[in-house]
Design a protein around this ligand. Structure first.
Ligand code: ZN
Length: 199
């Protein structure tokens, strides 16, 4: 994958940026901010997201504040390569739901001179690294960790605590299903749940 792609003729420089953090940390907002700024500079921008994210409209990357940009839903990371046209910037949202091939895809795009901006959850609801994100963090030039506010104590939060007992890792939801928590409150919450299961 790395050797296949050569820098294109006008030797544009590509790179990978990752925006990551818990739910309600403003990842999508930050992705949109960067993409809009690129657009203002007349750069050609394309946005992809996994087809699994069906919370809102199929055709839009929509952040929680309804700040929308048109996007293309794709089945697998490989399709991003097939669908990327003549662009300067590629944005990828909800990247945690893509397959493990995503870091290779982003590397190929960056090697072709494209600026790649990826947004996604760093950890699942159990606090474990999520899907292709860990590998992306390794290959990216720039990593931005954004934080939410802990709903229990007001500190910075980096965990997405699930409020329901659903065990499936891929579960999309809004405020009813998750709360952002700091480390101390997250550990406390997990401990309480463990004790409740014993009863
Ligand atoms: Zn807390």
């Amino acid at each position: 994958m790395f050797l296949e792609s050569k820098a294109n003729k006008d030797s544009k420089k590509g790179w990978i940026e990752v925006i990551t953090g818990s739910m309600f940390s403003g990842k999508t907002e930050e992705l949109l901010r960067r993409l809009k700024r690129a657009r203002i500079a007349n750069q050609r921008v394309e946005i992809f997201k996994p087809k699994i994210d069906i919370r809102y409209s199929d055709e839009q990357v929509v952040s929680h504040d309804q700040n929308a940009i048109h996007s293309t839903p794709v089945d697998s990371s490989g399709n991003i390569l097939l669908l990327t046209g003549n662009v300067d910037v590629v944005g990828i949202d909800e990247a945690q739901f893509f397959d493990k091939g995503l870091s290779g895809v982003c590397t190929t795009l960056a090697n072709q001179g494209i600026r790649v901006i990826v947004a996604g959850l760093d950890m699942d609801f159990k606090g474990k690294p999520f899907g292709p994100i860990p590998e992306l963090l390794a290959v990216a030039e720039y990593v931005t960790k954004v934080h939410a506010i802990c709903m229990r104590c007001g500190d910075l939060a980096q965990f997405s605590h699930r409020l329901t007992q659903e065990e499936q890792t891929i579960m999309l939801g809004e405020k009813e299903e998750y709360e952002p928590l700091c480390r101390a409150c997250f550990i406390e919450a997990l401990q309480k749940e463990k004790e409740q299961k014993k009863l």
